[in-house]
Write a protein that binds this ligand. Sequence first.
Ligand code: ATP
Ligand code: MG
Length: 331
Amino acid sequence: MNRKRIFSGIRPTGEIHLGNYFGALRNWVDLMHQYDCVYGVVDYHAITTPFEAKTMPQMVFNTMAALIAVGLDAEKCMMMVQSDVPEHTELAWILSCLAPLGQMERMTQFKEKSQQDPENINLGLLAYPALMAADILIYRADVVPVGDDQVQHLELTRDLARKFNNAFGDYFPEPQPLLTPTPRIMGLDGKAKMSKTLNNHISLFEESDVLQQKIMTAVTDENRKRRNDPGNPDICNIFSLHNIYSKNDEVQMIDRECRVAGIGCVDCKKILHGHLETSIAPFRDRYKELHEKPDEVRDIAREGAKRCLPIAQETLQEVKSRLGIGKHQFV
Ligand code: ATP
Ligand code: MG
């Protein structure tokens, strides 16, 4: 049976958080049973924002360990590190030459990341979506599971695939996004999306005491100043996490009681902490275990790259041949 192909990636830029899990990774695990999946720790994307060379290997390791800890199985999918398959960056250059500068400049993530760090607006940050397109198209993927912050980049990927096909003959599928029911989780500040680099996140492997402290200091409905003020769950970040982690009747109880000041934020947060702790404990245990057996993680990454390389090489060769490049072997 010819399964459809999936590619998705995650940056090794910090601790994997609840947003990554609900926006992407949980889907990744479900999908490995039905699709031919390639999942990447995309280190060339990580260097578009400030990073430290010293800690990069550990970041890459941790991210790969996170993928395994949430339930990805090397027997059922390919897990690779982007820089182990250099064809990604070669195809990215080719796609960059098809990408209109105006469209790249209008990308929301480029604008947001440029605003967050105006000192570091580099060409790579602008070109990021072309590299992401290459990550996907090098495997001729049909489907890409992402959070809603990546949907715009995927639209560009489709545009580039179409443009290539029109100019050089049909070759690439136009990959479709696959969103989870919770494609956007807000950060603990309640203002921006939860993000590794904004430091507003709850790690998926958080120790219980840190977890408790982060929940207790998280922003709720800012208009609710005192315990006896009624609150508004519709604008409360903690309530949105209850929607994910608590059973229906409990969610309804909190919704009702919050509005009449029957339950305070502290009690509401304690309930959430209990559920979150139960839910992440198995991930945390497995993540620790993998740090004690690092070879297991390294072997999986090595094997993943070995399986990805021939697919990526075949695509690149075909693309170059259609461009009339790489035909003259002077060496
Ligand atoms: P960074 O701050 O380094 O960009 P990030 O938290 O945005 O990190 P990425 O590695 O860029 O994480 O994205 C990995 C996947 O997680 C993507 O599919 C993205 O759509 C998804 N994702 C990231 N943040 C969220 C969020 N807050 N809610 C839902 N999905 C998210
Ligand atoms: Mg991101």
